[in-house]
Design a protein around this ligand. Sequence first.
Ligand SMILES: NC(=O)c1ccc[n+]([C@@H]2O[C@H](COP(=O)([O-])OP(=O)(O)OC[C@H]3O[C@@H](n4cnc5c(N)ncnc54)[C@H](O)[C@@H]3O)[C@@H](O)[C@H]2O)c1
Length: 341
Amino acid sequence: MEKIHLGIIGCGGMGFHHARSLSKMKNVEITGASDVDPEKLKRFTQHYSVKYSFVDYAQLLDIKEIDAVLICLPTFLHYPAVILAARKGKHIFCEKPIAMKIEDAEEMIKVCRENNVKFMIGFVRRFDNFWGKAREVIREGTLGRPVVWHDIRSSTGASSSWYFDEEKGGGPLIDGAVHNYDFGHYTFGKVKRVYAATMTFKKGISAIDTGSAILEYSSGDQHIISWSWGLPQGALGAQLIDIIGPKGALIFPGCFDEAKIPRSIDQTQYGVFLLNLKGEGKEWIKWRKNDMFFDELKHFIDCIVDDKEPCVSGEDGKRALEIGLAVLKSGRTGLPIEINV
Ligand SMILES: NC(=O)c1ccc[n+]([C@@H]2O[C@H](COP(=O)([O-])OP(=O)(O)OC[C@H]3O[C@@H](n4cnc5c(N)ncnc54)[C@H](O)[C@@H]3O)[C@@H](O)[C@H]2O)c1
């Protein structure tokens, strides 16, 4: 079997995480790596026995042997790296969010197309059997339509400081909720309008770290997101995730009494939702647990091998960014934003 030779650009949290999945694939070799931090680069290249390593990723992109790259850089650096990688003819898997600006996302899509390289965005929830099962339940009409998907969570947030910079990472309503924006569109279709209210708890950061948004879809469905990365170290808020509709409610794990899950369900293999229908109509809905990160990268590799287009595109990345920027704008102006994307 011919191997796909990969380069990893950015050997931080996600670079390491993805390399673990790639190292389990028989038709993949991690051939090159790049990180501006020489210590991180050394740790990565030793751990994965990588042949080529560079502090400057432009040098990695000059290696002919490398077929494709994973861009695992802080979000504001995705744009220049994707443009250069595409011009060097490398297939590209780029972590989410695609970029910080719509114009940058548009150019990334254009340059990838012009250079005939695959361009996939890391919306890993598309490969998650857990969220996939919720989507199936909605689309089968079990809850009736329209539905409201509530997603409320709060934490201290991500570890690297760039996540809290409005121009580099954008905070939770860009960086974290971008998965929800993409998955919401995938499930319900176009977003008609967004409303948001935002604030910042943490001192000395430029990004919004706390906010609530309502996304209204043309389908009539709604998504309510209330997220914070503003809690102090050690504090953790409650999490509420459910989807409600005229026929009942689908309750996510962590939001019901797990001691009541029937013993007949093997929880090492299956995850479980509680479905609350009319009267006493309670049901347990299970899905087979999977490694969504592995399945996501396997799809990317298969697309290169079989010359297929990835199921998550640059356009999907651009759209999710547009929704996130509209949420921030609504929070800033106090006005609803009509977007229709
Ligand atoms: N799909 C997901 O669920 C998920 C989860 C977490 C993060 N992410 C995304 O992955 C990306 C990376 O996040 P992370 O948590 O790994 O960040 P990180 O801060 O842990 O790692 C980023 C790495 O890039 C390196 N770097 C910075 N500038 C560089 C340059 N010019 N050249 C080479 N290396 C450089 C840093 O030294 C660091 O090692 C972000 O876009 C983030 O939003 C996705």
